[in-house]
Design a protein. Structure first.
Length: 276
């Protein structure tokens, strides 16, 4: 077999992102055949993935973006084991490549996204390949999307928290959209408005309110009234339109939006954060 040249090694490295020695060893094992060498690297990833399957991948990046027309927004989470890898340029590039493909292909769910091809192979296979290169467990653990007249993304510094917010109107001051996306990041609302909260959650809060009042020695005939008062506070703190605006707590988010455009409202949102 002809000797493996530095140019061949560099070419394989560009194709796979693997280290120089890994590329050289793969080419030697494949006797200079590039397709076989790529397969060697992928198989190595499968072996490493199998060995690290039980490891916890609690670090990573949370990213969000929108299509050029602003009507489709996506949020993805790519996990790894350590903060060191999460800040690695190649790992971040992989995450952004996946994010871009999610937008380009308008993936509807996580399974659909994993089956989109990146550089000729499925995203889920590309991640396995990168496990062999990086040496840590990687996992595309979360994906969601929003369609709306306008969608605004927000990524908190550090890439550990991101949001997307959908609105019924486009063409307004971008700061308004950003304010709402940042409100979602800061205040972690449960739903858009009171009517969007699941009945099971409402019933649970009422029971909690009654139990708290009971323990405080309140009379039984007042438990329901006290619980409903606590429920109103719950809605104010946990539903986006009723929350106090973090930049001006004299008004709610609903009032803030109405001050911009009386017909402006939020149609949906997503939020994800890595555990600190």
């Amino acid at each position: 077999m002809a000797p493996i040249s530095a140019a061949d090694v560099a070419k394989l490295r560009k194709m796979t992102g693997a280290g120089m020695m890994d590329c050289k060893n793969a080419l030697q094992e494949a006797e200079g055949d590039f397709e076989k060498a790529v397969e060697v690297i992928r198989k190595k990833g499968q072996v490493v993935a199998s060995k690290r399957a039980d490891r916890e991948a609690g670090e990573g990046v949370v990213l969000a973006s929108t299509s050029d027309d602003g009507r489709f927004g996506v949020l993805i989470v790519l996990n790894c084991e350590t903060d060191f890898v999460a800040k690695n340029a190649d790992f971040e590039k992989l995450a952004y490549d996946i994010l871009d493909l999610a937008l380009e292909q308008k993936a509807e769910n996580l399974d659909e996204l994993k089956n989109i091809e990146i550089n000729g192979i499925k995203i889920e296979d590309k991640i396995v390949e990168q496990i062999g290169i990086i040496g840590e467990k990687l996992e595309l653990s979360y994906y969601d999307c929003i369609k709306a007249e306008y969608v605004h993304p927000y990524i908190h510094p550090g890439n550990r928290l991101a949001t997307i917010a959908g609105f019924n109107k486009s063409g307004l001051d971008s700061q308004v959209y950003k304010d709402v996306a940042m409100q979602i990041a800061a205040m972690n609302p449960l739903a858009i408005d009171k009517d969007d909260v699941e009945q099971e959650e409402i019933d649970k809060e009422i029971e909690i309110g009654k139990e708290q009042a009971r323990r405080e020695g309140k009379p039984d005939n007042l438990l329901e009234k006290i619980a409903m008062g606590k429920l109103a506070k719950f809605f104010k703190e946990n539903t986006l339109l009723n929350q106090e605006f973090v930049k001006d707590n004299k008004q709610t988010i609903r009032q803030y939006l109405n001050s911009v455009d009386k017909d402006l409202t939020i149609t949906g949102f997503r939020r994800y954060t890595l555990n600190d």
